[in-house]
Design a binder for this molecule. Structure first.
Ligand code: ZN
Length: 335
C-alpha cells in the first residue's frame, strides 16, 4: 500500500486511521508577520502551548491524523506545526500550492509564460514538486497533497496558472489534489473541468468546502464526475445554517454517497484574520471538537450508520491516498 508522508514519518495509507481531511493549525499572513512581528496577537510560545492542548484534545476525541491545508499565502510553517503536535499522538500531513483568490505575488508577474523571457511555468511547478518529493524547506517534511484554490472570482489568469501547474505536477508525481472551492458559485465543477482537461484522474481529487451548498444537483455532479466531496467546514456557517448542512449530508448518505464524502472543520488554533473572541462571537460552533461532539451524534440520530461514518472518516481517506497514481507512462516506455 502506498506510503503517505506525515509528521510521524511515512506511513501506509491503511494506517492513517480517523482522518480530518482539511484543517489548519496556524494561519498567519506572511507579509504582516514578517513586517510587524507579533501582528494580530501572535506569541510563538503561547500559541504553541495552545495548539498542543487543542491537538491533544482532538486526539483524545478519536482523531488519528489531520491534513493541514495551510499553503504559502496562509503562512505555512510545518516545523512549527510538528512542534505543536509533538507528544499529542496526532499525526499531521501537509499540502503544497499557493493560496490566492486572484493574483500571484510580484515575482510571478515577471516570470513564466508570456513574461519577460516567456518561459514555461517551471518556477511554480518546481516549487510544488520539491515540496512533494524532497521536502518543505529544510524540514524534511514532505507535502502529501497539492491544493487548488478557486473562490468567488473563479479562474482568474493567475488562479488558472496555479491550477495548471498543480495539474502538471500531479501528473508527474502522482500526488492527489485537494481544493478550496467557492460552493455557492459552483466553482468545484470549474476545477474538475480544468483538472480533467489536463489529464488528472478526478478520483484523486477532493472538491473542498462542499458543505457550503445545499444544491444537491451541484453536489451530485461533482460525485458523478468522480471526485470526493470535502465536507470540510463543519461547525462554520458562512452561507448555510448548520442544521441545513446536516440535512444535506444526511440526504447524500441516504442516496448512498458516504463512500464519496470526507469530513473536517477547516479550523485553525490561531488565525491572524480574526481574534478567537471574534470567532467565538461570529461562529461559536467552529471548533476542532464540533465533529466528534456535536455532528456525529446528530448524524447517528438521523439514521446515518456507524459504517457510513467510518467510511467517511477512515475508509475514504485510506482509499484516496492508496488509489493508483494518475501519472502518465514515463517517456520512452513501451506502448
Ligand atoms: Zn482551509
Amino acid at each position: 500500500m502506498p506510503q503517505v508522508p506525515t509528521t510521524a514519518g511515512d506511513i501506509e495509507a491503511g494506517e492513517l486511521g480517523v482522518v480530518l481531511m482539511h484543517e489548519h493549525v496556524f494561519i498567519r499572513t506572511e507579509t504582516l508577520q514578517s513586517g510587524w512581528p507579533g501582528f494580530g496577537g501572535w506569541d510563538t510560545a503561547a500559541e504553541l502551548r495552545a495548539a498542543r492542548d487543542r491537538l491533544g484534545r482532538l486526539r483524545e476525541a478519536g482523531v488519528d491524523t489531520i491534513l493541514d491545508m495551510t499553503v504559502p499565502g496562509l503562512g505555512r510553517d510545518p516545523a512549527l506545526v510538528a512542534q505543536a503536535a509533538e507528544g499529542t499522538g496526532l499525526r499531521i500531513m501537509f499540502a503544497t500550492g499557493y493560496y490566492t483568490y486572484d493574483n500571484l505575488p510580484f515575482p510571478f508577474q515577471f516570470r513564466g509564460p508570456g513574461k519577460i523571457l516567456d518561459g514555461d511555468d517551471h518556477v511554480l511547478e518546481s516549487l510544488f514538486e520539491r515540496d512533494l518529493t524532497v521536502g518543505i524547506g529544510d524540514t524534511g517534511l514532505r507535502a502529501a497533497v497539492l491544493k487548488v484554490v478557486t473562490d468567488e472570482p473563479g479562474m482568474t489568469p493567475d488562479v488558472e496558472r496555479i491550477a495548471n501547474a498543480v495539474a502538471s505536477v500531479a501528473l508527474r508525481t502522482g500526488a492527489p489534489v485537494c481544493t478550496h472551492a467557492h460552493a455557492p458559485t459552483r466553482r468545484g465543477l470549474e476545477q474538475q473541468r480544468l483538472l480533467a482537461g489536463r489529464g488528472v484522474d478526478l478520483g484523486r481529487v477532493v472538491i473542498g468546502h462542499s458543505n457550503e451548498s445545499t444544491d444537491l444537483d451541484y453536489l451530485q455532479q461533482i460525485i458523478d464526475n468522480g471526485s470526493y466531496l470535502g465536507w470540510d467546514r463543519c461547525g462554520l456557517q458562512l452561507t448555510v445554517p448548520l442544521e441545513a448542512q446536516i440535512d444535506t449530508l444526511v440526504a447524500l448518505c441516504e442516496r448512498g454517497y458516504s463512500g464519496r464524502i470526507m469530513l473536517a472543520h477547516d479550523k485553525a488554533s490561531f488565525m491572524d484574520w480574526f481574534t478567537n473572541d471574534e470567532i467565538g462571537f461570529g461562529a461559536p460552533d467552529w471548533q476542532y471538537s464540533y465533529i466528534p461532539s456535536t455532528m456525529l451524534p446528530a448524524l447517528r440520530e438521523r439514521g446515518v450508520s456507524q459504517d457510513q461514518i467510518d467510511q467517511m472518516l477512515i475508509g475514504n481517506p485510506r482509499d484516496f491516498f492508496s488509489a493508483p497514481a494518475s501519472a502518465p507512462p514515463a517517456a520512452g516506455a513501451a506502448g
